[in-house]
Design a protein around this ligand. Structure first.
Ligand SMILES: [Zn+2]
Length: 75
């Protein structure tokens, strides 16, 4: 009985660990990606200062704010 419970907990921890590794991997990929010169969403040029400040940036500030707003508030 205890054994089954322990194994279930172990599996849950493994899944959580996998999800964390996945998130870390994606963040690393994000950083490795070169900053885009133009916004992926609207095509505006992204200022050099922003590209330096945000490594791997793919969107201009306006579009990033829009995306973040949608993430928080839903579509
Ligand atoms: Zn944009």
């Amino acid at each position: 009985m205890t054994d089954i419970f322990d194994r279930a907990t172990e599996r849950e921890e493994q899944q959580r660990e996998d999800a964390l590794s996945e998130a870390r991997y994606q963040r690393a990929q994000e950083r490795a990606r070169p900053s885009a010169e133009e916004c992926r969403v609207c095509g505006e040029r992204i200022p050099l200062a922003r590209r330096k400040a945000v490594p791997g940036v793919q969107t201009c500030r306006d579009c990033q704010q829009e995306l973040e707003y949608r993430l928080v508030h839903g579509d």
